[in-house]
Design a protein around this ligand. Structure first.
Ligand code: N01
Length: 546
């Protein structure tokens, strides 16, 4: 029992105004009646969809599923113009949601959180923003995203480049690349989308590829109004089916094993999923692609065959064929005419795997063997410091002055990807070791915000001021996460951000819970129903905000 003397300014501080922060404000302020303050570094709402304005940016889960489910009215009234909405439409949607639920008034925009420190004596979080203001809150929620801090760039000479440098993860509006000599570094999901679009307008496009990817067609099309009406008529059922699927999309056609059928049957299933698009090939063809190397090899070979069919020049096709890591061990990108871009005369593929980028010069890129590519514009699609980057950037310090960077020196340690032992009343929305990026994000976010809201309600109902994961529950969860990954092909990838392996020096540790959304949701429900087994609670004087 403690007696706090300093009052918090707010019940809750939330960082981030993307899908997670918008819903968290609505849930905690409007449904729980809490005093909530949000901070957002950008000038508006949108999160990922605010910053990633590069040409070609588009969702790769059908928009009817990649959207909020918490309001029946919202999901009925919103109309998506395309099956897979492009970035501007998703940003419009998030602005609409922000207006509809009046969340903007609870955010301070253009405001970056620079430090977050637990005050044990007063049992509250002390949050400092970049204007030097200090704010205190009982609970702190990170809705700062998983892919929101671009990976630090390590190209020598980048500062000497006299042309234009553009980052896919922090793109400016209205960049005109027509007729320009453009270089793209990176062929992950962002690079693949940007190449497909920029190839149509650039005078010359040089794609500097270190690792080819298993990209498959997204299958975008204008929304079919009849299909939309049918989906809306059974939205509740669709959402339930999504939440009961491994990756949170209502797929239902996966057969047990690619090895249990004949080569012809396998081929016909792959063909069908390839043509229908979305993540059907990887997650709705055979259930064992991520778990059985032989099945995975069959899918990988199928994709290589498709790439060879689409790319005219055999040498270029071969360079575009991934060979050294399993399909799905890196996050599979979806594409629209990506491979066809390499049939254009203005597009050149440059392999920088064995001949790396040595230097960015004043006029372009120089490779290790001395080859130079002259460029007007350099696009960096080089990825993110996933999961931990956004948390580290806030300088979070827990009990006894222990920084999160110290607690996580060997990689993240969480309970359920939501809580961290030694960091009381801290809630991570889609944090490391939760299914997050492998569970349709808006639904994963809603689940985590609901879990957090329920936990806060539980504390208030029982007169608790502090809630904290136990070290034992955390150790057990980390072990379960590591074990779930071991059953899959994911650890076999050399440079996947799922493993933290894309950032030099970052501990190699699986960052995603790979047991699937349904298993994970059942575990979270068990924790809630048990009265929060794995957490300890401290009671004290329950204080109103100042
Ligand atoms: O980043 P990435 P991303 N020299 O890390 C290369 C989501 N997303 O922004 O593989 C040369 O996947 C690197 O090469 P390698 C989605 O979850 C979704 O594309 O390390 N190359 C790789 O090719 C996605 O997975 C959508 O050898 C260097 C690339 O840069 C996640 O965001 C769209 C290099 C980075 O690929 C991240 O995708 C876009 C170097 N020094 C993104 N350093 C949707 O469609 C890095 N690379 C919803």
């Amino acid at each position: 029992m403690t007696d706090a003397t300093v009052l918090p300014d707010h019940d809750v501080i939330i960082v981030g105004a993307g899908f997670a922060g918008i819903y968290a404000i609505h849930k905690l302020r409007d449904q729980l009646g809490l005093d909530v303050q949000g901070f957002e570094a950008a000038s508006g709402v949108g999160g990922t969809w605010y910053w990633n304005r590069y040409p070609g940016a588009r969702v790769d889960i059908e928009s009817v599923h990649y959207s909020y489910s918490f309001s029946e009215e919202l999901q009925q009234e919103w109309h998506w113009t395309e099956r897979f909405a492009a970035q501007p439409e998703i940003l419009r949607y998030l602005n609409h949601v922000a207006d509809r639920f009046d969340v903007r008034r609870s955010f301070a925009f253009d405001t970056r959180v620079t430090s977050v420190v637990w005050d044990d004596g007063n049992q509250l979080w002390v949050v400092t923003t970049d204007d030097g203001t200090v704010h205190r809150s009982r609970y702190f929620i990170s809705a700062a995203g998983t892919l929101s801090v671009p990976k630090q760039l390590d190209f020598p000479g980048l500062e000497n480049f006299e042309g234009q440098v553009l980052l896919t993860g922090n793109w400016q509006d209205d960049v005109d690349l027509s007729g320009r000599r453009v270089g793209v570094i990176g062929t992950g999901s962002s690079g693949i989308q940007v190449v497909s679009e920029v190839s149509k307008v650039a005078g010359e496009l040089v794609v500097l590829q270190r690792t080819p990817n298993y990209a498959t067609p997204v299958g975008n099309a204008p929304t079919d109004r009849a299909e939309e009406a049918a989906d809306k008529a059974r939205y509740r059922e669709l959402r339930e089916a999504s939440r009961n699927h491994f990756v949170g999309v209502p797929y239902h056609e996966a057969e047990p094993s690619a090895m249990a059928v004949s080569a012809e049957e396998r081929r016909s299933v792959f063909d069908d999923r390839w043509h229908r698009g979305g993540f059907r090939l990887v997650f709705d063809s055979f259930q064992d692609l991520l778990f059985n190397q032989e099945s995975n090899d069959a899918a990988a070979e199928y994709i290589r065959e498709r790439i060879r069919e689409r790319v005219t020049d055999p040498a270029t096709a071969e360079l575009l064929c991934p060979k050294n890591y399993p399909y799905g061990s890196k996050r599979p990108p979806l594409e629209t005419n990506y491979y066809e871009a390499f049939n254009r005369d203005n597009v050149h593929l440059v392999d920088v795997s064995g001949n790396p980028i040595a230097e960015i010069t004043a006029t372009g890129v120089r490779l290790a063997d001395g080859t130079e590519h002259e460029l007007d514009t350099l696009i960096l699609a080089t990825g993110f410091d996933a999961f931990t980057g956004p948390l580290m950037a806030m300088n979070i310090t827990g009990r006894a002055g222990r920084p999160l960077s110290d607690a996580w020196a060997e990689g993240p340690q969480t309970f359920l990807g939501i809580a961290v032992s030694g960091f009381p009343n801290l809630f991570l929305i889609t944090g490391p070791q939760s299914p997050s990026v492998l569970y349709n994000m808006p639904l994963a976010i809603e689940d985590h915000v609901d879990f957090t809201a329920n936990a806060i309600q539980h504390m208030r109902a029982h007169g608790h001021t502090v809630m904290e994961a136990t070290p034992a529950a955390q150790d057990d969860w980390v072990a379960q996460t590591d074990q779930a990954a071991e059953y899959t092909v994911v650890p076999k990838s050399g440079s996947s951000w799922y493993m933290g392996a894309n950032v030099p020096g970052k501990p190699r540790k699986v960052l995603v819970y790979l047991g699937g959304a349904p298993a994970y949701r059942a575990i979270c429900a068990q924790v809630e129903n048990s009265g929060y087994a794995g957490f300890t609670f401290t009671s004290g004087r329950v204080l109103a905000t100042a």
